[in-house]
Unconditional design. Structure first.
Length: 167
């Protein structure tokens, strides 16, 4: 008699598989973080900027940055008379951000140092122009080290020389 009650119960379990294997998450490797690079620079990195014949100021520097991580923003600093930091002389001339644009090469950056806009220190004829670019924000907690990045992050830099007497 107990078999009669057990038979409907067994028929319910007969359609159910005895082994259930859960489906795990699909693992994919995260995209590597590649450092930015300088695709091109004019005039050549390390050169001395010549004065524009009629303008009396150095010719503009044009730089094209690249980053394999096409969605990364590039954080760019144009610094004058740095490094080393010298109080009253070193200047952060212009910070800028190049947004990720889905392309490896980014739009051309142009910079032309001038006394007024960039507060270039007086009393010197020879100056340095430094471009620093990172794909992570600069730490910015120490004014004597404006190009500082967090450990493990990367940056690229380029430097030029120029002669300019500022009042």
């Amino acid at each position: 008699m107990w078999m009669r009650h057990l038979l409907p119960l067994l028929s319910v379990f007969a359609g159910v598989s005895a082994c259930v294997v859960p489906v795990g998450p699909e693992w994919t490797d995260p995209q590597s973080n590649y450092p930015p690079t300088i695709a091109s620079a004019s005039p050549a990195i390390g050169s001395i900027l010549a004065l524009a014949p009629d303008a009396g100021f150095p010719l503009a520097v044009q730089v094209k940055l690249a980053d394999q991580n096409t969605d990364d923003n590039l954080y760019v600093l144009w610094l004058i008379d740095y490094p080393p930091f010298v109080d009253g002389v070193s200047r952060l001339a212009r910070p800028e951000i190049q947004p990720g644009n889905g392309r490896i090469e980014r739009p051309t950056l142009t910079f032309a140092p001038n006394c007024g806009d960039h507060r270039i220190a007086a009393g010197f004829g020879a100056h340095r122009l430094l471009l620093v670019a990172s794909d992570r924000p600069f730490v910015g907690d120490d004014p004597t080290e404006p190009d500082k990045i967090q450990d493990g992050n990367s940056r690229v830099q380029a430097q030029w020389q120029f002669d300019m007497e500022c009042p």
